[in-house]
Design a protein around this ligand. Structure first.
Ligand SMILES: [Zn+2]
Length: 65
């Protein structure tokens, strides 16, 4: 029964260490009510903010607002 070790510091999965640098994998929500500290959740072809609902389409060539 090896059910332990699943809840270890999930937030650090958003970073990866390259050499001695901390590389940010996710981007922050650009909305002022969120700002730095609120990550966008990465999806297949877009990123969304779970807090304010901001939607960032990575390839927005055919989908402009
Ligand atoms: Zn947001």
């Amino acid at each position: 029964m090896m059910g332990e070790g699943k809840n270890v510091s999930k937030k650090w999965e958003k970073y990866s260490i390259e050499g001695d640098k901390l590389v940010r994998k996710n981007i922050f929500c650009p909305k002022p009510e969120c700002g730095p500290g609120v990550f966008l959740a990465r999806h297949k072809d877009r990123m969304t903010c779970g807090k304010c609902g901001y939607n960032h389409v990575e390839n927005a060539s055919s989908e402009e607002e």
